[in-house]
Design a binder for this molecule. Structure first.
Ligand SMILES: *Cc1c(COP(=O)(O)O)cnc(C)c1O
Length: 354
């Protein structure tokens, strides 16, 4: 049976990307060896790193004042690596969900964290707006897409200090002025590739902002990773290869503008079905709805209907739509590689309830 993979992450990858990845496990770049057993210093693999970095640059339009790094430890490592490098006195954050809260928690180990705005009062169901970023902050940190609560920042504040953004769950999903940011990071496993690699794009001028007098372990030093071309130690070879193949797929399918169009079509289809239904309702504020993660619940508690809906989903091959425990209900993640047909399958199950 065809499975419709709405998983929040690790997420669906295009079949052609999986086919090429599988082939590379058998044999990579005509070397007679698997990608899993070649030297990361081989010319063939160095070409993979270079192409991955240049695809990231090309898709985001970042200019050469940025370095593109491929690191490990997931986005969660960035939660402490960023303040370790840059939080000397005080940093400003917005608290818009679970991941933003994690980032705040980690930063508190390094200095004062000023939470400028929070949507916790309504279970993170909206994006707070209209806050002022203090000029004395070492940086401002925000989360572009709140994966668990299904909200997305549609615009970004003008920022008098370095603007740092966790784009883990919507990178490469829409056109943005990426050059507005000083530091962007994303764990790969939502829209970029498999788990195991983290993309970091930072302005080279950030190196001058490293906290003076603080010891920075080599593995936490962005400047070292940049100088070594993300090859200071053994990089996650396979995760990088799959990311490269996936980024090629993004490019062949219209780049971020092409992805935005696909994602808009998919998410409008689903949100319209939820809004029309007399059984379901969306949980996120309409203006802040994420095209990536749509959260919805039954309007009234109804265990029988829930069971019926879940069975109907299972029968239709719909997988991964259980909501996160902090929201309940359902969450349909519609990352780049999810085809429109999968959303159509979910919509027809929802419509049988209408
Ligand atoms: C998934 C996710 C994370 C955590 O990523 P890891 O790579 O698992 O550490 C952080 N931020 C956001 C927005 C996420 O969606």
């Amino acid at each position: 049976m065809l499975i419709h993979n709405f998983s929040a992450g690790p997420s669906i990858l295009a079949p052609s990307v999986l086919d090429q990845s599988a082939a590379a496990i058998r044999e990579f770049a005509g070397m007679g060896l698997s990608i899993l057993e070649v030297s990361h210093r081989s010319a063939q693999f160095e070409a993979v790193v270079e192409e991955t970095q240049s695809l990231i640059r090309e898709l985001t339009g970042l200019d050469h004042s940025y370095d593109v790094l491929l690191l490990q430890g997931g986005a969660s490592t960035q939660f402490f690596q960023i303040p370790h490098n840059f939080l000397g006195t005080m940093a400003a954050y917005t608290k818009t969900g679970t991941w933003a809260s994690e980032a705040i928690k980690e930063a508190k180990g390094y200095g004062e964290v000023r939470v400028l705005a929070s949507s916790e009062d309504r279970n993170f169901s909206y994006i707070p707006k209209g806050y002022q970023i203090p000029e004395e902050a070492d940086y401002f940190h925000c989360t572009s897409n709140n994966t668990i609560f299904g909200t997305q920042m549609k615009s970004f504040p003008d920022c008098p200090v370095p603007l740092i953004c966790d784009m883990s769950s919507d990178i490469f999903s829409r056109s943005l002025d990426f050059n507005k940011f000083d530091f962007i990071y994303a764990g790969a496993q939502k829209n970029m590739g498999p788990a195991g690699v983290t993309a970091v794009m930072l302005k080279k001028s950030m190196y001058e902002r490293k906290v003076k007098g603080r010891h920075i372990p080599t593995m936490l030093d962005y400047e070292v990773h940049a100088k070594k071309g993300s090859m200071h130690n053994t990089p996650p070879v396979f995760a990088i290869l799959v990311s490269m193949l996936n980024l090629r797929w993004v490019k062949e399918n219209g780049g971020v503008a092409g992805m935005e169009k696909r994602n808009k079509e998919k998410s409008e289809l689903l949100y319209n079905a939820i809004d029309k239904s007399s059984w379901f309702k969306g949980t996120a504020a309409v203006e802040d709805r994420s095209p990536m993660n749509a959260c919805f619940v039954f309007q009234d508690e109804n265990p029988d209907a829930e069971k019926k809906f879940e069975n109907a989903c299972a029968e239709a091959g719909i997988s991964g739509i259980k909501g996160h425990r902090s929201v309940g209900g359902y969450r349909a993640s519609m990352y780049n590689a999810l085809p429109l047909e999968s959303v159509q399958a979910l919509v027809s199950v929802i419509e049988t309830f209408a």
